[in-house]
Design a binder for this molecule. Structure first.
Ligand SMILES: NC(=O)c1ccc[n+]([C@@H]2O[C@H](COP(=O)([O-])OP(=O)(O)OC[C@H]3O[C@@H](n4cnc5c(N)ncnc54)[C@H](OP(=O)(O)O)[C@@H]3O)[C@@H](O)[C@H]2O)c1
Length: 266
């Protein structure tokens, strides 16, 4: 049985990407595997895909997604490199491992082959994510790949030397944004709003504000100024945030994540 896409690792990101691919691809063209057979079976049954072992994916999938943590890659490649060596049909390795370059994956694969390095974020599972990608010279054309991934959200090609920095803004930020939503709704609850309404309003405020930045093309600082009337309520909140170094703290989050990305395999 041949598959268009095979996902090794049915964890958070492997399953989010498999869900996106299942919207553009016939489910029987998707195979999934995992250390935990049950995890792979649960994902396969949710998608109508097939749960197999790693070897089956490496032998028979055109796009082989490597959905394991960067620290687990060495072990995985020990198992799959001999199988990759036997392949003489067309295949593409798709790596999503943070902080792991295409040349490192080539070394682990022990052969030159087409590799697409992606940096996704978890909202791809609902079609509102971002997939940044860069391909090596062995990938002749990325049209089919982009078509397969199009229901994930925004797909954007980026030079490999920028992908680690970009990943901190796209891949890590959902966690920080969830913290912000939680904090905003906590504030609402403290002021008497019911929890469900507070969370819902915080989400809508965030989505709407982000869309306004994108659609107006205005700098976020200008939009902030437009909300803050002199002596008003919003500038009082801006002052409270700035007293606690809100922007500096967010910048520190990005640079801390970046530093960690560069040392991830240690
Ligand atoms: N999560 C994100 O938001 C995010 C964003 C961008 C990029 N990524 C990248 O996506 C990759 C996966 O991250 P994740 O968050 O999805 O991790 P995860 O939730 O831990 O999923 C990884 C899965 O792969 C399994 N696994 C490990 N080694 C395996 C092997 N040799 N064969 C088969 N299955 C194996 C793990 O099983 P065990 O738990 O039993 O080991 C686990 O179920 C990482 O490289 C990460 O850098 C993640």
């Amino acid at each position: 049985m041949k598959y268009l896409a095979g996902f090794i690792g049915s964890g958070n990101m492997g399953s989010a990407l498999a869900q996106a691919v299942a919207k553009t691809t016939c489910p029987n063209e998707i195979a999934v595997s995992d250390h935990s057979k049950k995890k792979a079976e649960d994902l396969a049954s949710a998608l109508g895909a097939t749960a197999v072992d790693n070897a089956e994916i490496v032998k028979n999938a055109k796009y082989i997604f490597l959905g394991v943590k960067p620290q687990m890659l060495k072990k995985l490649f020990k198992e799959i490199a001999p199988l990759l060596a036997e392949r003489n049909d067309e295949f593409v390795l798709v790596t999503m491992a943070a902080g792991t370059s295409i040349s490192e994956i080539t070394e682990l694969a022990e052969r030159s082959c087409p590799i697409i390095r992606i940096m996704p974020n978890t909202p791809v599972s609902i079609g509102r994510g971002i997939i940044l990608f860069t391909a090596n010279e062995n990938v002749a054309d990325t049209t089919e790949f982009c078509e397969m991934m199009k229901m994930a959200g925004t797909i954007d090609e980026i030079p490999e030397n920028l992908i680690d920095a970009a990943s901190c803004v796209t891949g890590c930020s959902p966690a920080w944004i969830y913290m912000f939503i939680e904090a905003l709704s906590d504030g609402g609850v403290k002021c008497g709003l019911p929890r469900a309404k507070a969370i819902s309003y915080a989400c809508d405020a965030l989505i709407g504000s982000a869309m306004l930045v994108k659609e107006s093309g205005k700098h976020p600082g200008q939009l902030k100024d437009e909300v803050t009337s002199p002596g008003g309520t919003t500038i009082a909140g801006v002052h409270a945030l700035e007293k606690k170094s809100f922007r500096g703290t967010v910048m520190d989050a990005v640079t801390s994540a970046y530093k960690r990305t560069l040392n991830l395999k240690k």
